[in-house]
Design a protein around this ligand. Structure first.
Ligand code: F6P
Length: 328
C-alpha cells in the first residue's frame, strides 16, 4: 500500500461521520478558523467517509462557517460508510486524498469513526485526529463528547414534561432515551429529573425485582417514572412495560424520545469544547502530531492514542452508578 512520509501539513480535510450530534458545526467552524490562522487550507468532505471515496468535497472559508455555531446537525452531512470498513475502501480513500493534496484528516464522530481513522492512519500514514462526536458519550478516554450535554438537556426537558402529565393522571411512565451500548444519557437525564428508576445496559435488568418495586411504589406514589436506555439488556422500554403488565397487571405508558435527542441548538458546554478540541487538533496537525482523539477529562483537553480510543470500551463512573440507589 502507498504510504505518506512527509510531515508538513498544508491541506486538511474535515468530515463528520456516524450519527450527527449537536456541536459538530461548532467543531467544523473551529477547525476552519484555526486552519486559516495557521495558513492551512481546510476543505470539507461531505457525507462522512463516503465523501472520501466519491471525492465529494467543498471548500471551507471563514464565510462558509459563519452563523453555524448555534446549529445542530452537520453542514457537511454525515453517514455510516460500510465501504470504509474494508481495507480496500480505506486504500481508495487514501489515494483520493493524495490526488487532492490532502495531508491530514480531522474526523468528527464516534467509536466506528475512530476505528476508521485509526486504521487509515495505521495502514497509510495519513495523519488523523478525531474529535469525539456522538450524543452517547461512550468514547474511551474522554469524559465528554460533542452533543452529549445537549442531548441530556433535551431528554431532561422531555422527562420533566412527562412528569407533569404523569402526576396529573397518576400514571406509570417509561421514557426511553438513546445510548446504544452506553447508559450515560439515561443516568444523567434520570438522576437530573429525579426518575424513580434508571435502566441501563451496563447493569443487567432484574425484571422480576424491578416490576415488584414499581408495584410497591405505585401503591404509595401513584406516579412512577422510569428512564430506560435503548441498549438495556431486557430489550426496550416497551418490553419492560409489557413485562410489568404480565407480572403485576399494572398498565403503564411508554414514550420513546428517539432522534429528538440528536437535534437542536448545542449547549454552551458543547459549543465550547467543540471549539477548544477543534483548535487543539489543528495546532497538533500543524506541529506534525496526529493519531489521537482529542477529548476532555477533568475540564481539560486530553489526547487519547487513537488505538486506545478506537478499541477500548469506556466504563461508567462507579460513583455515578451509586447515584441510582438514591432514586428509589
Ligand atoms: O449516534 C449515536 C446514536 O444516536 C445512538 O444513540 C443510536 O442508537 C444510534 O445513533 C441511532 O442511529 P441511526 O440514526 O443511524 O438509527
Amino acid at each position: 500500500m502507498d504510504v505518506m512520509n512527509d510531515s508538513t501539513v498544508s491541506k486538511i480535510a474535515v468530515l463528520t461521520s456516524g450519527g450527527d450530534s449537536p456541536g459538530m458545526n461548532a467543531a467544523i467552524r473551529g477547525v476552519v478558523r484555526q486552519g486559516l490562522k495557521r495558513g492551512i487550507e481546510v476543505i470539507g468532505c461531505r457525507h462522512g467517509y463516503q465523501g472520501l471515496l466519491s471525492n465529494d468535497y467543498t471548500p471551507l472559508t471563514r464565510e462558509s462557517v459563519s452563523n453555524i455555531i448555534h446549529l445542530g446537525g452537520s453542514i457537511l452531512t454525515s453517514s455510516r460508510c460500510e465501504e470504509f470498513r474494508e481495507p480496500q475502501g480505506r486504500e481508495k480513500a487514501f489515494k483520493n486524498c493524495r490526488a487532492q493534496g490532502i495531508d491530514a484528516l480531522i474526523v468528527i464522530g464516534g467509536n466506528g469513526s475512530s476505528q476508521g481513522a485509526f486504521l487509515l492512519q495505521k495502514e497509510t500514514g495519513m495523519k488523523s485526529i478525531v474529535l469525539p462526536g456522538t450524543i452517547d458519550n461512550d468514547i474511551y478516554g474522554s469524559n465528554w463528547s460533542i452533543g452529549f450535554d445537549t442531548a441530556v438537556n433535551t431528554a431532561l426537558e422531555s422527562v420533566d414534561r412527562i412528569r407533569d402529565t404523569a402526576n396529573a393522571m397518576e400514571r406509570i411512565f417509561f421514557v426511553e432515551v438513546m445510548g446504544r451500548h452506553c447508559g450515560n444519557i439515561a443516568i444523567h437525564a434520570g438522576v437530573a429529573s429525579g426518575a424513580d428508576y434508571v435502566v441501563i445496559p451496563e447493569i443487567p435488568t432484574e425484571i422480576d425485582l424491578l416490576c415488584q418495586e414499581i408495584k410497591q411504589d405505585a401503591q404509595t406514589k401513584h406516579t412512577v417514572l422510569i428512564v430506560v436506555s435503548e441498549g438495556d439488556d431486557f430489550g426496550n422500554a416497551h418490553k419492560i412495560s409489557q413485562a410489568l403488565f404480565e407480572k403485576t397487571g399494572l398498565k403503564s405508558w411508554v414514550t420513546n424520545l428517539g432522534h429528538v435527542q440528536r437535534g437542536g441548538s448545542p449547549t454552551s458546554r458543547d459549543r465550547f469544547f467543540a471549539t477548544a478540541t477543534a483548535v487543539a487538533a489543528v495546532n497538533d496537525l500543524a506541529e506534525g502530531k496526529g493519531g489521537t482523539l482529542m477529548g476532555v477529562a477533568q475540564n481539560s483537553l486530553v489526547r487519547v492514542p487513537l488505538e486506545k480510543a478506537a478499541n477500548k470500551k469506556k466504563s461508567l463512573d462507579h460513583s455515578f452508578l451509586k447515584l441510582l440507589d438514591l432514586q428509589h
